[in-house]
Design a protein. Structure first.
Lengths: 230, 249
Protein backbone atom coordinates (compact mmCIF):
# COMPACT_ATOMS: atom_id res chain seq x y z
CA UNK A 1 0.00 0.00 0.00
CA UNK A 2 2.88 2.33 0.77
CA UNK A 3 4.78 1.33 -2.37
CA UNK A 4 4.09 4.64 -4.09
CA UNK A 5 5.06 6.78 -1.15
CA UNK A 6 8.48 8.13 -0.38
CA UNK A 7 8.71 8.77 3.33
CA UNK A 8 12.42 9.41 2.92
CA UNK A 9 11.54 12.91 1.70
CA UNK A 10 10.62 13.79 5.29
CA UNK A 11 14.00 12.62 6.56
CA UNK A 12 15.84 14.55 3.84
CA UNK A 13 13.98 17.79 4.52
CA UNK A 14 14.08 17.61 8.32
CA UNK A 15 16.82 20.25 8.76
CA UNK A 16 14.93 22.68 6.51
CA UNK A 17 11.59 21.96 8.18
CA UNK A 18 12.84 22.45 11.71
CA UNK A 19 15.78 24.90 11.52
CA UNK A 20 13.96 27.25 9.17
CA UNK A 21 10.29 26.48 9.55
CA UNK A 22 9.77 25.47 13.14
CA UNK A 23 12.18 28.13 14.43
CA UNK A 24 10.08 30.77 12.69
CA UNK A 25 6.84 29.28 14.03
CA UNK A 26 8.03 29.00 17.63
CA UNK A 27 9.75 32.40 17.68
CA UNK A 28 6.63 34.03 16.25
CA UNK A 29 4.45 32.22 18.80
CA UNK A 30 6.65 33.24 21.74
CA UNK A 31 7.15 36.89 20.80
CA UNK A 32 3.53 37.42 19.73
CA UNK A 33 2.34 35.91 23.01
CA UNK A 34 4.56 38.24 25.07
CA UNK A 35 3.61 41.32 23.05
CA UNK A 36 -0.04 40.26 22.92
CA UNK A 37 -0.23 39.85 26.70
CA UNK A 38 1.37 43.26 27.31
CA UNK A 39 -0.86 45.12 24.85
CA UNK A 40 -3.86 43.00 25.84
CA UNK A 41 -3.42 43.90 29.51
CA UNK A 42 -3.22 47.59 28.60
CA UNK A 43 -6.40 47.21 26.52
CA UNK A 44 -8.10 45.45 29.43
CA UNK A 45 -7.13 48.28 31.79
CA UNK A 46 -8.52 50.75 29.25
CA UNK A 47 -11.79 48.81 29.00
CA UNK A 48 -12.14 48.74 32.78
CA UNK A 49 -11.04 52.34 33.37
CA UNK A 50 -14.59 53.71 33.43
CA UNK A 51 -13.54 56.68 31.28
CA UNK A 52 -15.44 56.73 27.99
CA UNK A 53 -12.44 58.19 26.15
CA UNK A 54 -10.47 55.03 27.00
CA UNK A 55 -13.25 52.44 27.18
CA UNK A 56 -14.80 53.08 23.77
CA UNK A 57 -11.66 52.93 21.57
CA UNK A 58 -10.44 49.79 23.36
CA UNK A 59 -13.85 48.11 23.04
CA UNK A 60 -14.10 49.09 19.38
CA UNK A 61 -10.64 47.69 18.67
CA UNK A 62 -11.30 44.40 20.45
CA UNK A 63 -14.69 43.91 18.81
CA UNK A 64 -13.29 44.73 15.37
CA UNK A 65 -10.50 42.15 15.73
CA UNK A 66 -12.94 39.57 17.03
CA UNK A 67 -15.44 39.92 14.22
CA UNK A 68 -13.06 39.64 11.26
CA UNK A 69 -11.35 36.44 10.01
CA UNK A 70 -7.70 36.22 10.95
CA UNK A 71 -6.79 35.53 7.31
CA UNK A 72 -8.29 38.87 6.28
CA UNK A 73 -6.39 40.62 9.08
CA UNK A 74 -3.14 39.01 7.91
CA UNK A 75 -3.75 40.48 4.45
CA UNK A 76 -4.64 43.86 5.98
CA UNK A 77 -1.44 44.12 7.98
CA UNK A 78 0.69 42.69 5.19
CA UNK A 79 -0.21 45.71 3.07
CA UNK A 80 -0.64 48.21 5.91
CA UNK A 81 2.59 47.65 7.87
CA UNK A 82 4.86 49.24 5.18
CA UNK A 83 2.65 52.36 5.24
CA UNK A 84 2.63 52.48 9.06
CA UNK A 85 6.42 52.18 8.94
CA UNK A 86 6.61 54.99 6.41
CA UNK A 87 4.42 57.18 8.60
CA UNK A 88 6.45 56.40 11.71
CA UNK A 89 9.85 57.01 10.12
CA UNK A 90 8.58 59.86 7.92
CA UNK A 91 10.31 58.39 4.88
CA UNK A 92 9.25 59.14 1.33
CA UNK A 93 8.51 55.55 0.33
CA UNK A 94 6.52 52.81 2.07
CA UNK A 95 8.98 51.07 4.36
CA UNK A 96 10.31 47.65 3.37
CA UNK A 97 9.69 45.34 6.32
CA UNK A 98 10.75 41.73 6.42
CA UNK A 99 8.29 38.87 6.51
CA UNK A 100 9.02 38.13 10.16
CA UNK A 101 8.52 41.72 11.36
CA UNK A 102 5.28 41.98 9.39
CA UNK A 103 3.95 38.71 10.84
CA UNK A 104 5.03 39.69 14.34
CA UNK A 105 3.14 42.99 14.19
CA UNK A 106 0.08 41.23 12.78
CA UNK A 107 -0.02 38.46 15.38
CA UNK A 108 0.78 40.74 18.31
CA UNK A 109 -1.95 43.24 17.46
CA UNK A 110 -4.53 40.58 16.54
CA UNK A 111 -3.96 38.32 19.54
CA UNK A 112 -3.86 41.35 21.87
CA UNK A 113 -7.64 41.57 21.43
CA UNK A 114 -8.07 37.99 22.67
CA UNK A 115 -5.56 38.37 25.50
CA UNK A 116 -7.42 41.56 26.47
CA UNK A 117 -10.64 39.62 27.03
CA UNK A 118 -8.80 37.00 29.09
CA UNK A 119 -7.09 39.61 31.26
CA UNK A 120 -10.35 41.52 31.65
CA UNK A 121 -12.03 38.39 32.99
CA UNK A 122 -9.01 37.84 35.25
CA UNK A 123 -9.14 41.35 36.68
CA UNK A 124 -12.89 41.11 37.18
CA UNK A 125 -12.44 37.86 39.09
CA UNK A 126 -10.55 39.68 41.88
CA UNK A 127 -12.87 40.47 44.83
CA UNK A 128 -13.75 44.15 45.05
CA UNK A 129 -12.63 44.24 48.70
CA UNK A 130 -8.97 43.94 47.65
CA UNK A 131 -9.20 47.13 45.62
CA UNK A 132 -10.93 48.87 48.51
CA UNK A 133 -8.39 47.59 51.04
CA UNK A 134 -5.48 48.81 48.89
CA UNK A 135 -7.05 52.21 48.53
CA UNK A 136 -7.75 52.37 52.27
CA UNK A 137 -4.03 51.74 52.80
CA UNK A 138 -3.32 54.83 50.71
CA UNK A 139 -2.14 53.09 47.54
CA UNK A 140 -2.59 54.94 44.26
CA UNK A 141 -4.46 53.34 41.34
CA UNK A 142 -1.28 52.29 39.45
CA UNK A 143 0.26 50.83 42.61
CA UNK A 144 -2.93 48.93 43.40
CA UNK A 145 -3.11 47.51 39.90
CA UNK A 146 0.59 46.72 39.66
CA UNK A 147 1.06 45.13 43.07
CA UNK A 148 -2.36 43.84 44.13
CA UNK A 149 -4.76 43.19 41.25
CA UNK A 150 -2.67 42.32 38.16
CA UNK A 151 -0.37 39.73 39.79
CA UNK A 152 -3.39 37.80 41.07
CA UNK A 153 -5.36 38.24 37.85
CA UNK A 154 -2.36 36.99 35.92
CA UNK A 155 -1.90 33.99 38.16
CA UNK A 156 -5.58 33.03 37.93
CA UNK A 157 -5.49 33.30 34.17
CA UNK A 158 -2.21 31.46 33.44
CA UNK A 159 -3.95 28.30 32.18
CA UNK A 160 -6.28 30.30 29.92
CA UNK A 161 -3.41 32.44 28.64
CA UNK A 162 -1.41 29.30 27.85
CA UNK A 163 -4.41 27.72 26.10
CA UNK A 164 -4.67 30.87 23.99
CA UNK A 165 -0.95 30.49 23.22
CA UNK A 166 -1.61 26.98 21.88
CA UNK A 167 -4.33 28.44 19.66
CA UNK A 168 -1.83 31.12 18.55
CA UNK A 169 0.70 28.40 17.77
CA UNK A 170 -1.83 26.70 15.50
CA UNK A 171 -2.83 30.04 13.98
CA UNK A 172 0.74 30.75 12.90
CA UNK A 173 0.15 28.22 10.11
CA UNK A 174 -2.08 30.86 8.47
CA UNK A 175 0.98 32.90 7.41
CA UNK A 176 0.91 30.42 4.53
CA UNK A 177 -1.45 32.88 2.79
CA UNK A 178 1.35 35.45 2.43
CA UNK A 179 3.88 32.76 1.39
CA UNK A 180 6.01 32.98 4.52
CA UNK A 181 8.20 29.98 5.38
CA UNK A 182 6.91 28.87 8.74
CA UNK A 183 6.75 25.15 9.55
CA UNK A 184 3.74 24.54 7.29
CA UNK A 185 5.19 26.87 4.65
CA UNK A 186 8.42 24.86 4.62
CA UNK A 187 6.50 21.58 4.43
CA UNK A 188 4.38 22.93 1.61
CA UNK A 189 7.42 24.13 -0.38
CA UNK A 190 9.08 20.72 -0.13
CA UNK A 191 5.77 19.04 -0.93
CA UNK A 192 5.33 21.01 -4.11
CA UNK A 193 8.98 20.84 -5.19
CA UNK A 194 9.14 17.06 -4.85
CA UNK A 195 5.49 16.29 -5.61
CA UNK A 196 5.14 14.65 -2.19
CA UNK A 197 1.98 16.29 -0.85
CA UNK A 198 0.63 13.23 0.94
CA UNK A 199 3.81 12.57 2.89
CA UNK A 200 4.60 16.17 3.78
CA UNK A 201 1.12 17.30 4.82
CA UNK A 202 0.55 14.16 6.85
CA UNK A 203 3.87 14.69 8.59
CA UNK A 204 3.03 18.37 9.24
CA UNK A 205 -0.31 17.35 10.76
CA UNK A 206 1.37 14.79 13.02
CA UNK A 207 3.95 17.34 14.23
CA UNK A 208 1.31 19.98 14.98
CA UNK A 209 -0.80 17.35 16.73
CA UNK A 210 2.02 16.08 18.93
CA UNK A 211 3.16 19.57 19.96
CA UNK A 212 -0.36 20.88 20.64
CA UNK A 213 -1.43 17.77 22.52
CA UNK A 214 1.72 17.75 24.67
CA UNK A 215 1.27 21.46 25.38
CA UNK A 216 -2.41 21.17 26.31
CA UNK A 217 -1.68 18.17 28.56
CA UNK A 218 1.01 20.25 30.28
CA UNK A 219 -1.43 23.13 30.74
CA UNK A 220 -4.03 20.80 32.26
CA UNK A 221 -1.41 19.45 34.64
CA UNK A 222 -0.28 22.97 35.55
CA UNK A 223 -3.89 24.02 36.08
CA UNK A 224 -4.33 21.32 38.71
CA UNK A 225 -1.08 22.27 40.42
CA UNK A 226 -1.45 26.03 40.65
CA UNK A 227 -5.17 26.11 41.38
CA UNK A 228 -5.77 28.19 44.48
CA UNK A 229 -7.87 26.37 47.03
CA UNK A 230 -10.57 28.72 48.25
CA UNK B 1 0.81 58.53 2.44
CA UNK B 2 1.25 58.24 -1.30
CA UNK B 3 -1.59 55.79 -1.78
CA UNK B 4 -4.05 56.50 -4.55
CA UNK B 5 -7.58 56.16 -3.17
CA UNK B 6 -10.35 55.30 -5.59
CA UNK B 7 -13.64 54.34 -4.00
CA UNK B 8 -15.41 54.27 -7.38
CA UNK B 9 -13.49 51.07 -8.12
CA UNK B 10 -16.40 48.99 -6.78
CA UNK B 11 -18.57 49.94 -9.76
CA UNK B 12 -15.94 49.05 -12.34
CA UNK B 13 -16.11 45.79 -14.25
CA UNK B 14 -13.99 42.99 -12.79
CA UNK B 15 -11.75 40.85 -15.07
CA UNK B 16 -14.48 38.21 -15.37
CA UNK B 17 -16.18 40.66 -17.76
CA UNK B 18 -19.67 40.19 -16.30
CA UNK B 19 -19.70 41.40 -12.71
CA UNK B 20 -18.57 44.65 -11.13
CA UNK B 21 -16.09 44.36 -8.28
CA UNK B 22 -18.93 45.03 -5.87
CA UNK B 23 -20.91 42.12 -7.29
CA UNK B 24 -17.91 39.80 -7.01
CA UNK B 25 -17.70 40.66 -3.31
CA UNK B 26 -21.39 39.84 -2.91
CA UNK B 27 -20.86 36.50 -4.69
CA UNK B 28 -18.04 35.83 -2.24
CA UNK B 29 -20.34 36.66 0.66
CA UNK B 30 -22.78 34.09 -0.70
CA UNK B 31 -20.07 31.40 -0.74
CA UNK B 32 -18.95 32.38 2.75
CA UNK B 33 -22.49 32.05 4.11
CA UNK B 34 -23.19 28.81 2.22
CA UNK B 35 -19.96 27.22 3.44
CA UNK B 36 -20.53 28.32 7.02
CA UNK B 37 -24.17 27.19 7.04
CA UNK B 38 -23.44 23.70 5.67
CA UNK B 39 -20.41 23.30 7.95
CA UNK B 40 -22.49 24.43 10.93
CA UNK B 41 -25.07 21.70 10.28
CA UNK B 42 -22.30 19.07 10.34
CA UNK B 43 -20.67 20.68 13.40
CA UNK B 44 -23.92 20.80 15.36
CA UNK B 45 -24.97 17.24 14.48
CA UNK B 46 -21.63 15.54 15.09
CA UNK B 47 -20.75 17.85 17.95
CA UNK B 48 -23.98 17.01 19.81
CA UNK B 49 -23.43 13.30 19.23
CA UNK B 50 -19.80 13.28 20.37
CA UNK B 51 -20.49 15.65 23.24
CA UNK B 52 -23.28 13.39 24.49
CA UNK B 53 -21.10 10.28 24.07
CA UNK B 54 -18.50 11.82 26.36
CA UNK B 55 -21.02 12.03 29.21
CA UNK B 56 -22.39 8.48 28.86
CA UNK B 57 -21.66 5.79 31.44
CA UNK B 58 -19.60 3.73 28.97
CA UNK B 59 -15.82 4.00 29.18
CA UNK B 60 -15.38 3.10 25.50
CA UNK B 61 -17.79 5.85 24.36
CA UNK B 62 -16.07 8.43 26.55
CA UNK B 63 -12.66 7.40 25.25
CA UNK B 64 -13.83 7.57 21.64
CA UNK B 65 -15.26 11.04 22.25
CA UNK B 66 -12.06 12.24 23.89
CA UNK B 67 -9.87 10.97 21.04
CA UNK B 68 -12.21 12.57 18.48
CA UNK B 69 -12.05 15.96 20.17
CA UNK B 70 -8.27 15.87 20.73
CA UNK B 71 -7.70 14.83 17.13
CA UNK B 72 -9.64 17.71 15.58
CA UNK B 73 -8.62 20.33 18.13
CA UNK B 74 -4.87 19.82 18.02
CA UNK B 75 -4.27 20.15 14.29
CA UNK B 76 -4.54 23.63 12.72
CA UNK B 77 -7.62 24.10 10.52
CA UNK B 78 -5.43 25.00 7.54
CA UNK B 79 -3.55 21.70 7.82
CA UNK B 80 -6.85 19.82 8.13
CA UNK B 81 -8.11 21.53 4.95
CA UNK B 82 -4.93 20.39 3.15
CA UNK B 83 -5.37 16.84 4.46
CA UNK B 84 -8.92 16.67 3.10
CA UNK B 85 -8.09 18.41 -0.16
CA UNK B 86 -4.66 17.09 -1.14
CA UNK B 87 -4.11 13.92 0.88
CA UNK B 88 -7.52 12.25 1.13
CA UNK B 89 -8.12 11.78 -2.64
CA UNK B 90 -4.68 10.12 -2.92
CA UNK B 91 -5.10 7.52 -0.20
CA UNK B 92 -8.62 6.33 -1.06
CA UNK B 93 -9.08 3.80 -3.93
CA UNK B 94 -7.88 5.37 -7.16
CA UNK B 95 -11.23 5.50 -9.00
CA UNK B 96 -12.93 7.20 -6.07
CA UNK B 97 -10.04 9.64 -5.68
CA UNK B 98 -10.18 10.61 -9.33
CA UNK B 99 -13.93 11.07 -9.12
CA UNK B 100 -13.46 13.31 -6.06
CA UNK B 101 -10.91 15.48 -7.80
CA UNK B 102 -13.17 15.94 -10.81
CA UNK B 103 -16.11 17.34 -8.84
CA UNK B 104 -16.86 20.87 -10.10
CA UNK B 105 -17.15 22.38 -6.62
CA UNK B 106 -14.55 20.18 -4.95
CA UNK B 107 -13.12 23.02 -2.87
CA UNK B 108 -16.58 23.91 -1.55
CA UNK B 109 -17.41 20.34 -0.44
CA UNK B 110 -13.94 19.90 1.01
CA UNK B 111 -14.20 23.17 2.92
CA UNK B 112 -17.61 22.20 4.30
CA UNK B 113 -16.38 18.80 5.50
CA UNK B 114 -13.10 20.12 6.94
CA UNK B 115 -14.68 23.10 8.66
CA UNK B 116 -17.67 21.06 9.86
CA UNK B 117 -15.50 18.40 11.49
CA UNK B 118 -13.11 20.98 12.95
CA UNK B 119 -15.96 22.94 14.52
CA UNK B 120 -17.77 19.76 15.65
CA UNK B 121 -14.95 19.14 18.16
CA UNK B 122 -15.51 22.59 19.64
CA UNK B 123 -19.28 22.12 19.70
CA UNK B 124 -18.75 18.76 21.41
CA UNK B 125 -16.82 20.52 24.18
CA UNK B 126 -19.69 22.95 24.73
CA UNK B 127 -22.34 20.22 24.65
CA UNK B 128 -20.38 18.11 27.12
CA UNK B 129 -19.94 21.08 29.47
CA UNK B 130 -23.66 21.84 29.16
CA UNK B 131 -24.74 18.28 29.99
CA UNK B 132 -22.34 18.13 32.94
CA UNK B 133 -23.73 21.44 34.25
CA UNK B 134 -27.19 19.91 34.65
CA UNK B 135 -28.13 18.75 38.15
CA UNK B 136 -27.46 15.03 38.34
CA UNK B 137 -31.02 14.52 39.64
CA UNK B 138 -32.39 15.17 36.14
CA UNK B 139 -30.68 12.11 34.70
CA UNK B 140 -31.55 10.00 37.73
CA UNK B 141 -35.19 11.09 37.72
CA UNK B 142 -35.54 10.33 34.01
CA UNK B 143 -34.00 6.87 34.40
CA UNK B 144 -36.08 6.20 37.53
CA UNK B 145 -39.20 7.01 35.53
CA UNK B 146 -38.28 4.17 33.20
CA UNK B 147 -36.90 6.16 30.26
CA UNK B 148 -34.12 4.36 28.41
CA UNK B 149 -30.74 6.08 28.20
CA UNK B 150 -31.32 7.36 24.62
CA UNK B 151 -34.74 8.65 25.70
CA UNK B 152 -33.20 10.36 28.71
CA UNK B 153 -30.79 12.21 26.44
CA UNK B 154 -33.34 12.96 23.75
CA UNK B 155 -36.21 14.21 25.89
CA UNK B 156 -34.60 15.42 29.12
CA UNK B 157 -30.89 16.24 28.94
CA UNK B 158 -30.33 17.55 25.40
CA UNK B 159 -33.26 20.03 25.30
CA UNK B 160 -32.06 21.59 28.57
CA UNK B 161 -28.44 21.58 27.41
CA UNK B 162 -29.15 23.48 24.20
CA UNK B 163 -31.08 26.13 26.10
CA UNK B 164 -28.19 26.60 28.53
CA UNK B 165 -25.27 26.60 26.07
CA UNK B 166 -26.89 28.96 23.56
CA UNK B 167 -24.45 31.87 24.21
CA UNK B 168 -21.25 29.83 23.64
CA UNK B 169 -22.89 28.15 20.65
CA UNK B 170 -23.47 31.61 19.19
CA UNK B 171 -19.76 32.37 19.38
CA UNK B 172 -18.95 29.01 17.80
CA UNK B 173 -21.33 29.87 14.96
CA UNK B 174 -19.52 33.19 14.49
CA UNK B 175 -16.20 31.31 14.56
CA UNK B 176 -17.50 29.01 11.83
CA UNK B 177 -18.28 32.00 9.62
CA UNK B 178 -14.87 33.55 10.29
CA UNK B 179 -12.97 30.29 9.87
CA UNK B 180 -14.54 29.72 6.45
CA UNK B 181 -11.99 32.28 5.19
CA UNK B 182 -9.28 29.63 5.60
CA UNK B 183 -10.90 27.80 2.66
CA UNK B 184 -9.36 30.35 0.28
CA UNK B 185 -6.16 28.28 0.57
CA UNK B 186 -7.85 25.41 -1.27
CA UNK B 187 -9.31 27.73 -3.89
CA UNK B 188 -12.78 28.49 -2.57
CA UNK B 189 -13.75 31.95 -3.84
CA UNK B 190 -15.35 33.18 -0.65
CA UNK B 191 -15.40 36.76 0.63
CA UNK B 192 -11.75 37.12 1.72
CA UNK B 193 -10.56 35.44 -1.49
CA UNK B 194 -12.68 37.85 -3.56
CA UNK B 195 -11.24 40.84 -1.71
CA UNK B 196 -7.74 39.45 -2.33
CA UNK B 197 -8.53 38.93 -6.03
CA UNK B 198 -9.94 42.44 -6.30
CA UNK B 199 -6.73 43.77 -4.75
CA UNK B 200 -4.62 41.82 -7.21
CA UNK B 201 -6.47 42.99 -10.29
CA UNK B 202 -7.25 46.60 -9.35
CA UNK B 203 -4.34 47.40 -6.97
CA UNK B 204 -6.89 49.09 -4.69
CA UNK B 205 -5.76 47.18 -1.59
CA UNK B 206 -7.39 49.15 1.15
CA UNK B 207 -10.76 49.71 -0.57
CA UNK B 208 -11.10 45.96 -1.18
CA UNK B 209 -10.20 44.97 2.38
CA UNK B 210 -12.32 47.74 3.90
CA UNK B 211 -15.36 46.48 2.00
CA UNK B 212 -14.73 42.87 3.08
CA UNK B 213 -14.20 43.96 6.69
CA UNK B 214 -17.48 45.89 6.71
CA UNK B 215 -19.37 42.93 5.25
CA UNK B 216 -17.94 40.61 7.93
CA UNK B 217 -18.89 43.08 10.66
CA UNK B 218 -22.45 43.35 9.30
CA UNK B 219 -22.78 39.54 9.20
CA UNK B 220 -21.46 39.43 12.74
CA UNK B 221 -23.94 42.01 14.01
CA UNK B 222 -26.91 40.38 12.26
CA UNK B 223 -26.06 36.89 13.58
CA UNK B 224 -25.37 38.18 17.10
CA UNK B 225 -28.66 40.09 17.14
CA UNK B 226 -30.70 37.17 15.78
CA UNK B 227 -29.15 34.75 18.26
CA UNK B 228 -29.81 37.13 21.11
CA UNK B 229 -33.52 37.11 20.24
CA UNK B 230 -33.45 33.29 20.18
CA UNK B 231 -31.52 33.21 23.48
CA UNK B 232 -34.11 35.38 25.17
CA UNK B 233 -36.97 33.25 23.92
CA UNK B 234 -35.53 29.93 24.99
CA UNK B 235 -33.82 30.99 28.24
CA UNK B 236 -34.76 28.65 31.08
CA UNK B 237 -36.80 30.33 33.85
CA UNK B 238 -34.94 30.18 37.14
CA UNK B 239 -31.46 30.52 35.57
CA UNK B 240 -29.44 33.75 35.78
CA UNK B 241 -29.65 34.25 32.01
CA UNK B 242 -33.44 34.42 32.18
CA UNK B 243 -35.05 37.83 32.18
CA UNK B 244 -38.66 37.66 33.28
CA UNK B 245 -41.10 39.23 30.82
CA UNK B 246 -42.48 42.57 31.99
CA UNK B 247 -45.09 41.93 34.64
CA UNK B 248 -48.67 42.61 33.48
CA UNK B 249 -51.89 42.80 35.42
Amino acid sequence: MFANYDFDVIWRSLPYLFYQGMTFTLLLTALATLGGIVIGTLLALMRLSGTAALTLPAAAYVNLMRSVPFVLMIFWFYFLVPYIGQWMTRSAQPLQVGAFASCLVTFTLFEAAFFCEIMRAGIQSIPRGQMAAAQALGMTYPTTMGYIVLPQAFRNMVPVLLTQTIILFQDTSLVYVISVTDFLGAASKVAERDGRLVEMYTFAAVVYFVISLAASRTVAHLQRRIAIIR
Amino acid sequence: MNYHWNWAIFWELSPDGVHTYFQTLLLGTGWTLATAACAWIIALTLGSLVGALRTMPFAAAVRFGNVYVELFRNVPLLVQMFLWYFVMPEIVPRAFGTWLKQQPNASFYTAVVALGLYMSARVAEQVRAGILSLPRGQRQAALALGLTLPQTYLYVLMPMTYRIIMPPLTSELLNTIKNSAVALTIGLMELTARARAMQEFSFQVFEAFTAATIIYIVINIVVTFAMRVVERRIAVPGYLGFKAPAAGH
